[in-house]
Design a protein around this ligand. Structure first.
Ligand code: BG6
Length: 504
């Protein structure tokens, strides 16, 4: 059936990895959100698959518990009941072809015509390839026209490096066309990230000055106070470079640096993002232009908290990064001589994702003497928390003499639009249903990004990291990275409006 936008509505979704953390914390609550807002197709059903044997009822009880615990909105019993009635459980071991056969039979029995099925792979990536092959061999998916309305969703990471990502892509492309493939990067669905395109291209005041003539440099920070949260065995193989830089940070960089796309279509936007990735200069001295860090223990409330190397499932001599900072240069006219400093880390002092556009020093003709302290203009896109946009500029302090201070104009997203903006997965699910790939990464983006990350990883592979204490802003070598260019990291600060938000 087609919906009002003339899009074939999916009939069913199969979630692989349905007993995992992601499904319980994010996917089920997001599906509840869609049910609550009546955004699921009328006869839509959800088949949850995992290794353990369970009845529908057992799984529904677990799903109910998770939705009650993790839902962002108040749970209404009627909507919850309706959602649970759509959910079924089907036991499936990834490598057991017999289980896929019975899945095919089961979906057939439930009236599915093998069209409009969403396959959601919320599984460890090592199962991506096998799962797709098995789906094809039991004729639940394939290149024939009959399957053209099927979609497949991959959680990150897509590959471990360029070679494995290519291999994986080759395999899945035998079964699914690029327009059926949804590669998740949940940062793209964050409201302030989506707002970047609007802020830049729906206003006349920013874009004319969005270039090397006016911008001194750009900083992008993804700072977390959380650590690896029991994910030692995954994290130790990946580190912050693969976990956050390859995907979230590169996407933020692309959306900040790209030229205006021809249209808002998924492909036009992704074409521009790829151009940025391809223009990133190959540094001749990566070791000098990047810093790999790892947290050590520190005292918290008088108690010693663990160093990364003492975390569960982490190698005692691990050189994996829990912090990474790098200076990128973009080889094009727009960004000539404008460095992009990006950094991310776990167990840092504060949680903040921000893009800081640092404008050049103001022309000082009128205010040339030392009596005036003029700050650089700054535009801060505060992605989270306390979402908003902050513009810093110089203003006169009241009084008989001209004295200048830096003030800011703040746009507080929640004050204006309320607290209930969609959570990433709510938005991503909605877009998968509507077949809109804008907020998902296309193969050439993934490929170009891995090319960059592989070079960096090769440079730092097995090299001892610089250490930083938990609860700080990272290793001091990262400060030197930017200070040797006579610049400073902008320390994320709570916007003035955060007081209002806390009072609510
Ligand atoms: C995930 C990473 O992709 O993003 C995590 O695997 C990280 O390590 C998380 O903590 C950060 O996402 P958010 O939405 O909490 O900023």
């Amino acid at each position: 059936m087609k919906n009002k936008n003339n899009i074939v509505e999916p009939e069913t979704m199969v979630i692989f990895g349905a007993t995992g953390d992601l499904t319980h914390r994010k996917l089920l609550p997001a599906l509840y959100f869609l049910e609550h807002h009546q955004e699921l197709p009328k006869d839509f059903s959800i088949t949850c698959s995992a290794r353990r044997d369970k009845t529908d009822e057992e799984y529904q009880n677990e799903a109910e518990k998770s939705i009650r615990q993790f839902s962002r909105i108040k749970v209404d019993n009627n909507h919850l009941k309706k959602l649970l009635s759509r959910i079924h459980y089907h036991q499936l071991e990834f490598n057991n072809i017999g289980h896929y056969r019975s899945l095919a039979k089961y979906l057939g029995k439930k009236g599915s015509s093998n069209q409009g099925i969403i396959f959601y792979l919320a599984t460890p990536p090592i199962f991506f390839d096998k799962t797709v092959k098995n789906l094809a061999s039991v004729k639940l998916a394939g290149s024939s026209k009959k399957f053209r309305n099927n979609r497949v969703v991959f959680e990150k990471p897509f590959g471990k490096n360029l070679a494995t990502a290519k291999k994986l892509n080759r395999e899945i492309s035998k079964v699914f066309h690029e327009r059926q493939i949804f590669r998740i990067d949940h940062y793209l669905a964050k409201e302030l990230v989506q707002n970047l395109i609007v802020m830049r291209f729906a206003n006349s005041i920013f874009e004319p000055m969005w270039n090397t003539s006016h911008i001194d440099h750009v900083q992008i920070t993804v700072a977390e106070t959380l650590g690896i949260e029991g994910r030692g065995s995954y994290y130790d193989k990946n580190g912050s470079l693969r976990d956050v830089v390859q995907n979230h940070l590169m996407q933020l960089l692309c959306l900040t640096a790209m030229e205006c796309p021809k249209s808002l279509s998924a492909d036009d936007i992704r074409n521009e993002k790829v151009k940025v990735l391809k223009a990133i200069a190959k540094s001749r001295n990566l070791r000098k232009e990047s810093v790999k860090g790892q947290y050590t223990s520190s005292l918290q409330d008088g108690k010693e908290v663990a160093a990364y190397r003492s975390e569960e499932d982490v190698r005692k001599n691990s050189t994996t990064s829990t912090y990474f900072a790098i200076k990128f240069r973009i080889n094009n006219k727009k960004w000539r001589n404008v460095p992009f400093y990006v950094r991310t880390g776990k167990h840092l002092k504060d949680r903040a994702t921000e893009i800081v556009i640092q404008y050049k020093k103001p022309l000082r003709k009128l205010f040339a003497t030392k009596n005036y302290s003029l700050g650089n203009n700054q535009l801060i896109i505060r992605v989270q928390p306390d979402e908003g946009i902050i513009l810093k500029f110089n203003a006169k302090i009241p009084g008989n003499r001209i004295l200048i201070d830096q003030v800011s104009m703040d746009f507080c997203h929640e004050c204006k639009f309320g607290p209930n903006t969609a959570e990433s997965y709510e938005r991503l699910f909605y877009d998968i249903m509507c077949n809109d790939q804008t907020l998902f990464t296309r193969w050439d983006e993934v490929e170009s990004s891995w090319k960059i990350i592989d070079r960096i990883r090769d440079t730092w592979h097995d090299v001892e990291p610089y250490f930083y204490k938990r609860g700080t802003w990272g290793p001091k070598e990262a400060d030197r990275l930017i200070e040797k260019d006579r610049r400073k990291w902008a320390i994320p600060q709570k916007p003035s409006y955060s007081i209002l938000l806390n009072q609510k």
